[in-house]
Design a binder for this molecule. Structure first.
Ligand code: NAD
Length: 492
């Protein structure tokens, strides 16, 4: 009988109540690498009942921060000890180059350690209000939290979600992407192993329109935290209105990477490759619009194209591979359609533009790194998130035009500026409507700093103390230091 990977609900490894399963695919060759339980709304409801009981009746709500920290440090240690196994599994399931998956595992470990440390730090305030009162402001866990993540960073996004939620004392129903459940299943084996009480952390696998929808709608879930596409975010917002859920959304982007003529151009070319082509361009913050100052436009692109053509593409597990396949056949076709659209819209294809069908790559979902120039701001390839290895180039005359072009999309996730003029760099960044920005760099991300978008790139922030606060309610406690009657009414 085939092995079915199970979900983790109320401390038990279970099959879907409906008995459904789903095959998980290796995007490098289209083969089936696992069969997993496919949950439904009923499985979510069982997980919610467990999470509610764990929070209120079993006492996780008041578990000492030092205990929450201990468990999370243990989880981080256990994960670190299996870095290679997790990295290989992530590459097998997601496709990304192994060296990237290794970074993801160590970033996930660091994220858990950051939040384990934060659990025991002070989070409150006190106020000397009018005598004889004293006011305390305390942060408390929100309660039962639903968390839904995408497929591009399956393990790292799990750490970004579970870290702050559990450190702050919530219980969780977690859903990975149906395309990439494997490292989440392995992570939950560690969660069980380090001794989280049953019901505190639950894994429900399945599709967005069943499991995800139920998480967004369920009246006993107090908060939903979502990372994924902007349209899905919109639908989750609507579904969450029933019980006025607390909600945080990390959505899509079409982020500008602005290169001024006075930048160190060789370094800027190098960062530009990193900005758009890591993780096959399947990065929410990807610098997918390159804004070049007119005077360096041609020379910069010549060097960029030369280096883009040398990127080593192949199965992520192969030695020396720098870029892997896209996540699925469906997604690959979507990216290829955008490439065709770019041609029809009249943009100039400088390199790439095709699926790779050579040698051992023909069964996988490989797309060449692609660059379009001669674009205009209203083109759909300039406005819409492609979420693949496709860069569109825009030309600008001066600082003012660069800022106007940069801000001209519905998104506001990230932005980069390259210049050797420090004042100009900061001046421009301050005018960009984006939540994550870099000067003379693009993409490095730190657990200490808040991550999230302006405009239609989302609501709320992950990481840092901001990310922790997103998983707390704020309560004021007013204490009368001279207990006695107020004597407002005279009618004793
Ligand atoms: P997606 O929106 O299709 O799916 C994300 C998750 O939502 C999956 O688990 C999916 O099953 C679930 N889902 C789908 N429909 C749902 C519904 N109706 N109700 C509830 N859940 C539902 O996104 P994707 O294709 O997996 O990921 C790509 C997108 O994620 C891109 O737009 C990217 O920019 C975004 N992303 C954003 C960030 C960020 O931090 N801002 C990080 C990574 C990815």
């Amino acid at each position: 009988m085939e092995r079915i990977e199970r979900m983790y609900i109320d401390g038990q490894w279970v099959l879907s109540r409906a008995g459904e399963t789903r095959n998980v695919i290796n995007p490098a060759d289209g083969s089936v690498i696992a069969t997993v339980a496919e949950g439904t709304a009923e499985d979510v409801q069982l997980a919610v009942a467990a999470a509610k009981r764990a929070f209120y009746e079993d006492g996780w709500m008041v578990a000492p921060p030092v205990e929450r920290a201990r468990l999370m440090f243990a989880l981080a240690d256990a994960l670190e000890q299996q870095t290679d196994e997790f990295a290989k599994l992530e590459t097998l399931n997601n496709g990304k180059a192994l060296r990237e998956a290794q970074f993801d595992v160590s970033d996930a470990v660091a994220c858990f350690r950051y939040y384990a440390g934060l659990a025991t730090k002070p989070h409150g305030q006190t106020y000397d209000v009018a005598d004889p009162m004293q006011t305390l402001v305390v942060r408390e866990p929100i309660g039962v939290c639903g968390q839904i993540i995408p497929w591009n960073y399956p393990l790292l996004m799990a750490a970004w979600k579970l870290g702050p939620a559990l450190a702050a004392g919530n219980t969780v129903i977690f859903k990975s992407s149906e395309l990439t459940p494997l490292t989440a299943i392995k992570l939950f084996q560690l969660i069980e192993g380090v001794g989280y009480p049953k019901g505190v952390v639950n894994l429900v696998l399945g599709a967005g329109n069943t499991v995800g929808q139920e998480i967004a709608e369920n009246y006993d879930i107090d908060k939903v935290a979502f990372t994924g596409g902007t349209n899905t975010g919109r639908s989750i917002m609507k579904a969450a209105t029933g019980n006025i859920k607390n909600i945080s959304l990390e959505l899509g982007g079409k982020s500008p990477n602005i290169i001024f003529a006075d930048a160190d151009l060789e370094a800027a070319v190098d960062w530009t490759l990193f900005a758009i082509f890591i993780n096959q361009g399947e990065v929410c913050s990807a610098g997918s619009r390159l804004l070049l100052e007119e005077s360096i436009h041609d020379q910069f692109l010549e060097r960029l194209v030369e280096r883009t053509k040398k990127i080593k593409i192949g199965p992520g597990l192969e030695e020396g591979v720098e870029m892997g396949p896209l996540i699925s056949e469906t997604h690959m076709n979507r990216v290829l359609e955008y490439i065709e659209l770019g041609k029809r819209e009249g943009a100039k294809l400088l390199c790439g533009g095709h699926r790779i069908l050579e040698g051992n790559l023909e069964k996988g979902y490989f797309v060449e790194p692609t660059i379009f120039a001669n674009t205009s701001p209203d083109m759909r390839i300039v406005q819409e998130e492609i979420f693949g290895p496709v860069l569109v180039v825009q030309k600008f005359k001066d600082e003012k035009e660069a800022i106007a072009l940069a801000n001209n999309t519905i998104y506001g996730l990230a932005a980069g500026v390259f210049t050797q003029d420090g004042a100009k760099g900061l001046r421009v960044i301050k005018k960009l409507r984006a939540g994550i920005t870099w000067i003379n760099a693009y993409n490095p991300t730190y657990n200490e700093a808040p991550w999230g978008g302006y405009k239609q790139s989302g609501i709320g922030r992950e990481l840092g103390t901001f990310g922790f606060e997103e998983y707390t309610e704020v309560k004021q406690i007013n204490i009368n230091l001279e207990p006695g009657p107020i004597s407002w009414f005279e009618n004793r």
